[in-house]
Design a protein around this ligand. Structure first.
Ligand code: NAD
Ligand code: WQD
Length: 344
């Protein structure tokens, strides 16, 4: 049987690479597009080692409308696109908002124009819990209000969802699923691929693992006076392989035509909130390493408590996160050890 071809933008990145593995394992043909601004070609070796086949790769900056159009003109047999390619650092987006708008929005416009021109009518979009801002109630449902974004990055996700919604109304046949990820962490079990933050990490888990590995002196815990059980902020951490699996489910839903709306939106979380201290405790238990930490003031822009209602994704996609917080912290540590060539 002929394999169905899926274009994965940002496919050498953290979540993209794990999703590519799941797609290959499910028998899809994968073509990756990436400009390597936040990833490297070595990732293709890792994917090949795990999945036993190497996806095609095209180095392309999707901000370039001409090159993007030329690329898509050669891919008219693709059945769908999964669009991960974006800049994603919230803090950086505050300092360089136009870079974020240019990258994330121009790429999206170029992608949607090319898809519609060449009749590729199925899209999965990487959205984020950041579109909910500071929620009034948790767990957050997809039907909850999408609040004004707290960062230019978050706003690009909101505007991209709007673009898709508008296109779904104007373009007969165009279907999309927007997946709002909460806090993806962890790595593939093989530790052939994982997250490679450049420079000082902003996110909690890479900061914890780098501190345990001795690269950072201590972890600063931002805020110990939130109205949460232990005073530290609560998030919905989800294993990246659970996120990857959800993409395969979403793709099958698009391809089987079982969607209920032209644009469907699903939260991807575990449904369980964990505080910063709980994450540290889990990490220490699973790694056997101590994480020196100090509680300091709150980080600007942080919200106290965010976690997902997952029943919609459970019911409609038939998907549920399977891995626990302990699985995630253990996996993040094994990946850090692999990268730093440490004994686990
Ligand atoms: P990542 O940076 O590891 O991957 C993104 C990839 O896109 C990188 O390989 C980068 O080189 C590529 N890219 C960026 N701009 C591009 C462009 N103009 N043209 C071509 N390639 C380009 O990030 P990730 O963590 O894998 O995130 C993937 C997607 O998920 C992003 O859209 C991100 O906004 C979204 N998301 C991530 C998180 C998270 O916590 N990691 C949470 C919610 C949503
Ligand atoms: C988690 C918790 C910090 C670092 C971000 C984006 C969001 C989405 C997921 C893309 C918070 C605390 C962190 C540290 C700490 N990404 N922390 N010390 O901010 O929940 O979400 O990634 O779409 O849009 O905003 O994730 O990992 O940065 O922080 O105490 O050194 O850990 O304050 O409570 P966040 P994070």
């Amino acid at each position: 049987m002929e394999r169905k071809k899926v274009i994965v933008t940002g496919g050498t990145g953290f979540i993209g690479s794990h999703t590519v593995v799941s797609l290959l394992e499910q028998g899809f043909e994968v073509v990756i597009v990436d400009n390597l601004i936040n990833s490297s070609l070595d990732v293709l070796d890792g994917i090949e080692k795990i999945a036993g086949s190497r996806p095609d790769f095209f180095e392309l900056d999707m901000q370039d409308s001409t090159r993007t159009a030329e690329f898509f003109a050669t891919q008219t047999d693709a059945v769908a696109v999964i669009h991960f390619a974006a800049l994603k650092a919230v803090g950086e987006s505050m300092k360089k908002p136009l870079m974020y708008y240019r990258n994330n929005l121009f790429s999206m416009v170029n992608l949607l124009e090319s898809m519609t021109r060449h009749g590729i009518f199925n899209l999965i979009f990487s959205s984020s819990c950041t579109v909910y801002g500071d929620p009034d109630v948790v767990p957050i449902r997809e039907s909850n209000e999408v609040k004004p974004a707290l960062s230019p990055y978050g706003n690009t996700k909101k505007v991209c969802e709007d673009m898709i919604q508008n296109l779904g109304r104007s373009e007969e046949g165009f279907h999309a699923i927007s997946l709002r990820y909460f806090n993806p962490i962890g790595a593939h079990d093989s530790v052939e691929i994982g997250e490679l933050p450049i420079g000082v990490p902003n996110n909690l888990l890479p900061y914890i693992t780098q501190t345990a590995a001795g690269l950072r002196e201590e972890l600063l815990v931002f805020g110990g006076d939130y109205d949460t059980p232990d005073g530290t902020a609560v998030r919905d951490y989800i294993h990246v392989m659970d996120v990857a699996d959800a993409h395969v489910k979403a793709l099958n839903r698009l391809l089987s035509g079982t969607q209920k709306k032209r644009l469907e939106v699903f939260n991807l979380g575990t449904g369980k909130g964990s505080s910063v201290l709980e994450v540290i405790q889990s990490f220490e238990k699973m790694s056997g390493c101590k994480v020196p930490f100090r509680i300091v003031g709150r980080r600007e822009g942080d919200v106290p408590e965010v976690y997902a209602a997952t029943d919609l994704a459970n019911q409609e996609l038939g998907w549920q996160a399977k891995r626990s917080l302990d699985d995630m912290t253990a996996s993040s540590w094994r990946w850090e050890c692999r990268v730093r060539q440490l004994e686990v």
